[in-house]
Design a protein around this ligand. Structure first.
Ligand code: NAD
Length: 454
């Protein structure tokens, strides 16, 4: 079976690499010449654990090829997977499907013989039907099927998620499309991965429903954390006590600076837009979106309050700019809201992230990029943890505090327990916990942090 993947981003590249690892011949197409050149030279344009060795071994075996030439790649393919971006449409909530439809037009012109065209991108309900229409119009003679195969991989564990998914969803509208997709995923079905065959419409909705449900859990636990601060409970205890209930589970119950990344913000908005479009407003999702947006907006207020009521002339050291740990992706990260806001209020920002600083340099002006957390903290009025990188969990707080103007940590990820920070020179503020831990000797100019504000 010959496979062509359109798009060499997080999803396209990982899918292409993993399918070639199953033994298929895979061509991965991207129109970004720089990306293709890097891949052809054995360089991986994104940070994703475990991806490089799979790409290299399959390239060397001749099963994985990168190209800009969509026409050739599609002509020889039995299955074409579309894995291009579906960002939010400018000024709206709906998904921008222009990349998907443009890819569809190009595929239509190039396909040769029976071809199954599969959307792996996250696309709103009705997209497969529309794509079918576009391709039929461009190639009335074309022998093809359109199917929907949403991807559930998470950045940071994408390879593992692809090779050992909880399930594979295939949305199909004919027996031959189903047979082709079942064959494509035979290596996973053989390992007892459930293959859920549905209509294209159901498959399209499943992806948005899953992401929106997870985003809802995050928004829920964040507001619960706010309540915990006010009533004197510890959110870590509450989340554990809730999550150990098997009906609930522990995942996606960690309070934080609000969800970000390339999926949850745009997918929640797109689902809400679809629901509005069909005259069936999804009010729960609308509330999740606004709760998350206000959480991100509040971050600068929380920091300002802790450092003494004004940010003018202050230096803030940010630890982590990626939207979560184990990725270099900063799309819709909390840092995108908080850095410009801190700067607007007169603060200087220093930052360190283990892998996302190259992306950061392109996104932000006037940030001092540092080699590690300790150098970022020098002269700072507060160290703010934004991303839950493991490397921050073992920080030596004494050493960190030593070079700071004010030894203050605002931990938006609750990386430390209150016991961890007791006795350290750092004033420690976290989320959803009863109280701050004061430093051994508090400086007079630090406004005491009251329970209920971070
Ligand atoms: P991305 O932006 O990282 O990659 C998209 C790639 O497609 C880019 O390299 C772009 O140059 C290329 N491209 C666009 N149009 C093209 C065309 N006509 N021909 C060739 N190449 C083209 O995007 P991503 O993060 O991989 O996401 C892709 C889709 O998968 C989105 O719909 C997203 O919602 C979904 N998804 C993403 C994740 C994730 O973790 N990133 C997980 C599940 C699903």
């Amino acid at each position: 079976m010959k496979i062509t993947v359109i798009g060499a981003g997080y999803v396209g590249l990982v899918s292409a690499a993993c399918f070639s690892d199953f033994g298929y011949e895979v061509t991965c197409v991207d129109r970004d010449a720089r990306k293709v050149a890097m891949l052809e030279n054995g360089k991986i344009p994104i940070y994703e654990q475990g991806l490089e060795p799979i790409v290299q071994s399959n390239r060397q075996a001749g099963r994985l090829v990168f190209t800009e030439n969509l026409k050739e790649a599609v002509a020889s393919a039995d299955v074409v997977l579309i894995a291009v971006g579906t960002p939010t449409r400018e000024g709206e909530d709906a998904a921008d499907l222009s990349f998907v439809y443009a890819a569809g037009e190009e595929i239509a012109k190039a396909m040769n013989g029976f071809t199954v065209i599969v959307t792996k991108s996250t696309v709103p309900v009705g997209t497969a039907a529309k794509l079918r229409e576009i391709i039929s119009k461009a190639r009335p003679d074309g022998d093809f099927e359109v199917a929907s195969n949403p991807e559930f991989m998470r950045e940071g564990s994408a390879v593992e998620d692809f090779l050992r998914p909880d399930r594979v969803v295939i949305g199909v509208s004919s027996e031959r499309a189903e047979a082709t997709l079942r064959q494509l995923y035979r290596p996973l079905a053989a390992k007892n991965v459930p293959i859920v065959a549905t209509s294209c419409e159901a498959a399209e909705i499943i992806k948005y429903a899953a992401n929106t449900f997870l985003a809802t859990r995050i928004a829920f636990v964040n507001q619960l954390a706010d309540l915990c601060e006010r009533v004197g409970a510890d959110i870590q205890d509450v989340a554990r006590g809730m999550g150990l209930d098997k009906r609930i589970g522990l995942q996606f119950l960690s309070p934080g600076p609000g969800y970000g990344g390339s999926c949850f913000p745009k997918d929640t908005r797109a689902l809400a837009a679809t629901a509005r479009q069909y005259g069936n407003p999804f009010t729960i999702v609308e509330n999740v979106i606004s709760a998350n947006e206000s959480r991100k907006r509040d971050l600068a207020d929380r920091i300002q309050k802790v450092v003494g009521g004004t940010l003018a002339g202050k230096k803030i050291a940010l630890l982590g700019i990626a939207f979560k740990a184990e990725t270099d992706d900063i799309r819709d990260a909390a840092a995108l809201t908080v850095i410009p806001e801190l700067q607007r209020r007169g603060a200087a920002v220093a930052a360190f992230d283990p892998v996302a600083m190259d992306n950061g340099r392109q996104a932000f002006d006037e940030v001092q990029w540092c080699a590690d957390a300790y150098s970022a903290a020098i002269g700072a009025d507060a160290v703010v943890v934004l991303t839950e990188w493991n490397v921050f969990r073992g920080l030596d707080l004494k050493r960190l505090a030593k070079g700071m103007r004010q030894p203050v940590m605002i931990d938006f990820r609750n990386l430390f327990t209150l016991d961890d920070v007791k006795g350290s020179p750092m004033a420690y503020h976290s989320i959803g916990r009863t109280s701050q831990v004061p430093p051994e000797s508090r400086r007079a100019d630090i406004i005491p942090f009251k329970s209920g504000t971070v």
